[in-house]
Write a protein that binds this ligand. Structure first.
Ligand SMILES: [Zn+2]
Length: 166
């Protein structure tokens, strides 16, 4: 069990954070970006990187090969749709994708936009943890956080405008 502190200061116990978010039991800080039949896209604003998106399955599974055929199709279509919106709405040129199966959460993919300020931490996979920690520890201030929230709202608008199939 994990103890989660909600925005209103209350704490609750959940078995799986991803289940709590994708089922709507917890509203992710920053809100939901997009929701489809089998997936849920949101941002973890504890890591305030503009345009970062976490795409989680609604079913509690760990491994890619547990996705059904329908889920597989929906997953790749959604990843592409979100990626396209990041480019069109936020001008994001490159994205890093992360997903590991030995997680305490369930199936979820982090889409981390790449920005110039991240170069100080190197490139590729070794740069990602320092980048996220830097964002959490040094970019958690009013102006950046409100830009991050605005980006979430813009992505949500674009994705919901497009509808699930285009
Ligand atoms: Zn779960």
């Amino acid at each position: 069990m994990k103890t989660i502190t909600l925005a209103n200061g209350k704490t609750i116990e959940v078995e799986c954070l991803s289940c709590a978010i994708t089922s709507g039991m917890i509203e992710p800080d920053g809100g939901t970006i997009f929701e489809s039949e089998n997936f849920h896209a949101h941002q973890d604003v504890a890591y305030p990187v503009k345009g970062l998106v976490i795409l989680a399955s609604k079913r509690h599974i760990k491994c890619l090969d547990e996705l059904t055929e329908t889920e597989r199709a929906e997953y790749i279509n959604l990843l592409s749709k979100i990626r396209k919106s990041q480019r069109e709405v936020l001008g994001i040129e490159h994205v890093y994708y992360f997903y590991n199966e030995d997680t305490t959460h369930h199936f979820h993919t982090w889409m981390v936009p790449r920005y110039e300020w991240m170069d100080q931490f190197g490139r590729s996979v070794e740069s990602v943890r320092p980048v996220l920690l830097h964002a959490r520890n040094h970019m958690n201030h009013g102006e950046n956080v409100s830009e991050v929230r605005k980006a979430i709202a813009n992505l949500a608008d674009e994705l919901n405008r497009r509808g699930p199939h285009d």
